[in-house]
Design a protein around this ligand. Structure first.
Ligand code: SAM
Length: 278
């Protein structure tokens, strides 16, 4: 029995089901259930919400989410070896946990959830940024989710909350802060995980804004920032010349200088440019 529920400790679960961590699946597990409950609490009041969890693994965070009162959890896990352990959790919380064995990049998660929806995950590092970008760039806003509470490598978390003018500022900062309020709410050392990764980790909490801060088409803005930061040391006129032959005129029309570098351009500037690209 553990501190937060009547299920066995995670070390026992992992040993019983032979869940040796696989690097290719980004498997660094959280075994301290007090910590996973704390992460669940960082997502806010879960009692009236459905939760999407990507990569539950042996279920440490899943148990935290359920113990903290999530109405329902839909947990998408690619590794079939984890399913028996997750089914034990589902049996302990009847009707509140749906386990989906699939690739989170392929699954239609929204169809399985009823709003309000929160997304809470200790993300596998290999698909973490791709998932975040997808969650931030649906064509229609506000999105299905109200908040994202996500564990990343610390360096990725820093990029999400970065301000213009520094090395960390780039595509993730622009896309995240354009449509959401983003802050780092927890920082974790490698030893918090089994096996420990090489780097520190951090939990980022993003709350969807009712409306984006500035008007822009999500796809166009994504293309513009990808190109601008793809060659971040170049001036904008060079980095963006592949997007339109008259890019200098468009930069001027957006109030930007063709000799600026992407790092100096605030979110408002990228949105103005995206509007000029339409
Ligand atoms: N949530 C667990 C925890 O906190 O201990 C495990 C987190 S571990 C960092 C990432 C999990 O994501 C692993 O269980 C891994 O198998 C799973 N995973 C990796 N790639 C995935 C994908 N494309 N779709 C769904 N799950 C994936």
């Amino acid at each position: 029995m553990s501190a937060i529920d009547t299920l066995p400790p995670l070390r026992d679960v992992i040993a019983r089901h032979g869940l040796s961590a696989r690097k290719a699946l980004g498997q660094n597990f959280l075994l301290d259930l007090n910590l996973t409950a704390k992460i669940a609490r960082a997502a806010g009041d879960l009692t009236g919400s459905d939760v999407l969890e990507v990569g539950p693994g042996p279920g440490g965070l899943t148990r935290g989410l359920l113990a903290e009162g999530a109405r329902r959890v839909v947990a998408v896990e690619k590794d079939a070896r984890c399913l028996p352990a997750l089914e034990e959790i589902a049996a302990a919380y009847p009707g509140r946990l749906e386990v989906v064995q699939d690739d989170a990049l392929a699954v239609d998660w929204a169809a399985r959830l009823t709003p309000p929806v929160r997304i809470v995950s200790n993300l596998p590092y290999n698909v973490g940024t791709e998932l975040l970008v997808r969650w931030l760039t649906p064509a229609v806003w506000p999105p299905v989710w109200d908040s994202l509470t996500l564990m990343f490598q610390r360096e990725v978390a820093d990029r999400i909350v970065a301000q213009p003018g520094g090395k960390a500022y780039g595509r993730l900062a622009v896309l995240a802060q354009w449509r959401a309020e983003a802050r780092i709410v927890m920082s974790l050392p490698p030893e918090a995980f089994t096996p420990p990764p090489k780097v520190r980790s951090a939990v980022v909490h993003l709350t969807a804004l009712p409306r984006p801060r500035f008007e822009a088409d999500a796809d166009t803005l994504s293309r513009v920032v990808a190109a601008a930061f793809g060659q971040r040391r170049k001036m904008l006129r060079a980095a963006l010349k592949g997007l339109a032959p008259d890019i200098e005129d468009r930069l001027h029309a957006a109030g930007l200088s063709p000799t600026d570098r992407a790092e100096q351009v605030p979110i408002e500037g990228f949105c103005a440019l995206a509007r000029q690209m339409g």
